[in-house]
Design a protein around this ligand. Sequence first.
Ligand code: 5GP
Ligand code: ZN
Length: 136
Amino acid sequence: MKDNNCIFCKIANGDIPSRTIYENEKFRVILDNGPATDGHALVLPKEHFANLFEIPQDWAAEAMETAKTVAEMLRDKLGADGLNVVQNNGEAAGQTVNHFHMHIIPRYKGDGQTILWKPGHPSDAELDEVCRRILD
Ligand code: 5GP
Ligand code: ZN
C-alpha cells in the first residue's frame, strides 16, 4: 500500500524525481538532500510502512540486504573509510519522516561528524534489572 500524503512513497515510486543510486523490485535508494557526509543515502521501501514496528519481517530482511549492497557500492566508489547504518523510529528517536527508511552514511577520516551517543555508567545491579525486565 502507498500513502498519498507521504513524500517518501512518492519518491520511492518515482512520482517525485530523486537522485537514485540503486533500485530493485521493492526498494529505491536515494541521496539524502541534507547529507551528513558525501554519499549519505536513504533506503526506501516502495510500499508504505511507518517504521520498524510496522514493516514486515521479510521486507526488513530485504532492506538490510539492500543496505549491504549500497554500503559496498559507496565504499568502493567514494572511498569511504567506514560507514554508519542509522534507522530512527518515532519522534523520541529523531524520526522526522514517517515512512521506514535506513540511513547509509559513508564515513571519512576526519569528516567531523559525530553519530554517537553518550555512554551511561550503570552498576551491575542496574544492568541486571534491565535484563530481567526484558526477559520476564
Ligand atoms: P529521519 O530523521 O526521519 O530519520 O530522516 C529523514 C531524512 O530524510 C533526513 O536526513 C532528511 O534530510 C531527508 N529528507 C527529508 N525530505 C527529503 C526529500 O524530499 N528528499 C531527500 N532526498 N531527502 C529528504
Ligand atoms: Zn510512505
